[in-house]
Ligand binder design. Structure first.
Ligand code: GTP
Ligand code: MG
Length: 171
């Protein structure tokens, strides 16, 4: 068959938001790992959709590693930004990191698609994706296509919707 188009994606967001769990779930079941540990630095992962071959830079969200993110911005053709919808205390930190990202010279003037996962929607104290959208002021993003999906990475719910959107943006 035809060779799939290759796309580089950056997976960003605070530590414990579920980035690695999401990327793991997007792989074929025989390639998934059972125990996921906090990412040290970053990890390069791959998964395919019907028409694309994704290479993901799964970055650590821990404070001490967040300064690594910007070194990969030039490489990225799309961003997956993951939020722990149950972590209300750190929603403002997530917003700060997002705003810093959006204002970075390697991101600011590019029409990069951004897929947001309002993750951990299964948890009782999770807020809705609409509320996450408000708290992060996503409506202010005018120069980039973006989309937000509620997700439960443990069950894999909401992930396909997001990846379908991303694939449409990249065609
Ligand atoms: P760093 O690598 O440290 O930046 O974290 P991360 O964003 O990669 O988070 P990771 O995927 O390691 O998940 C952190 C914890 O959240 C793990 O215990 C996961 O099992 C859990 N988790 C991830 N997604 C979900 C979800 O949708 N629901 C629930 N309940 N737990 C989740
Ligand atoms: Mg991780």
């Amino acid at each position: 068959g035809l060779k799939k188009k290759e796309v580089h994606v950056l997976c960003l967001g605070l530590d414990n938001s579920g980035k690695t769990t999401i990327i793991n779930k997007l792989k074929p079941s025989n390639a998934q790992t059972q125990d996921i540990v906090p990412t040290i630095g970053f990890s390069i992962e791959k998964f395919k959709t019907s028409s694309l071959s994704f290479t993901v830079f799964d970055m650590s969200g821990q404070g001490r590693y967040r300064n690594l993110w910007e070194h990969y911005y030039k490489e990225g053709q799309a961003i997956i930004f993951v939020i722990d919808s149950s972590d209300k205390l750190r929603m403002v930190v997530a917003k700060e990191e997002l705003d810093t990202l959006l204002n970075h010279p390697d991101i600011k003037h590019r029409r990069l698609p951004i897929l947001f996962f309002a993750n951990k929607m299964d948890l009782r104290d999770a807020i809705s994706s609409v509320k996450v959208c408000q708290l992060l002021s996503l409506e202010n993003i005018k120069d980039k296509p973006w989309h937000i999906c509620a997700s439960d990475a443990l069950k894999g719910e909401g992930l396909q919707d997001g990846v379908d959107w991303l694939q449409d943006q990249i065609q």
